[in-house]
Write a protein that binds this ligand. Structure first.
Ligand code: ADP
Length: 191
């Protein structure tokens, strides 16, 4: 099973990704989490990207691709995965296409979590107080939303045209949303 989960920042992708990954027995791979771990551990990668992330911009494609491809080569990812927060640019889509093609693999579906933007901005501000993420202040959150619209929103059309997109309402509590997602996937994939 090879899946993507997409949606605006703060739509709850990470939480749903963990549940879906568990359900299908595949690792949920989040580029955002990999980057945050690198920052926490003060690795060379972390030092290079911490400013970009704290300002809400996108990490350059070259670095993101390197990190993702390396992660896909790990043992737990050989029979499938769910990517959370990747791809985010058209170049990343192309790179993922290429990577899949080389291995004669394909995507099974792309879940798009939809959400009311003002509601998720408010939710992220609340989360900022609890989690203390470096990119959860109002200015950065607004910037992340803008970058998302410019660069990532158009990717939904790409996957829609390929017939892979499954849109799911991401508003509501975690259990409600995960039931919707799993039901939509089961209907589409027959498992
Ligand atoms: P969210 O979806 O809430 O913004 P993520 O954890 O997915 O959170 O990402 C956090 C940050 O990590 C992003 O704002 C961006 O700076 C960086 N990032 C994550 N994935 C990518 C990617 N595929 N390409 C470029 N930057 C990324």
């Amino acid at each position: 099973m090879r899946l993507l989960i997409m949606g605006p920042p703060g739509a709850g992708k990470g939480t749903q990704a963990a549940i879906i990954g568990e359900h299908y027995g595949v690792p949920a791979i989040s580029t955002g989490n990999i980057f945050r771990t690198a920052i926490t551990n003060r690795t060379e990668l972390g030092e290079r990207i911490k400013r970009i992330i704290s300002e809400g911009g996108y990490v350059p494609d070259s670095l993101t691709l390197k990190v993702l491809i390396e992660r896909l080569q790990e043992e737990d990812a050989k029979d499938g995965w769910l990517l959370d927060g990747f791809p985010r640019t058209l170049r990343q889509v192309k790179a993922l296409d290429g990577e899949l093609k080389v291995h004669n693999l394909h995507l099974d579906a792309v879940v798009s979590l939809t959400a009311d933007e003002e509601a998720i901005v408010q939710r992220m501000l609340k989360r900022a107080e609890i989690e203390n993420r470096p990119d959860d202040n109002e200015e950065t959150i607004r910037n992340r939303m803008e970058v998302y619209h410019e660069q990532t929103d158009p990717l939904l059309d790409v996957y829609r045209e390929r017939g892979l997109l499954i849109e799911v309402d991401g508003m509501g509590d975690v259990g409600e949303v995960s039931q919707r997602v799993l039901a939509a996937l089961a209907e589409r994939l027959g498992r």
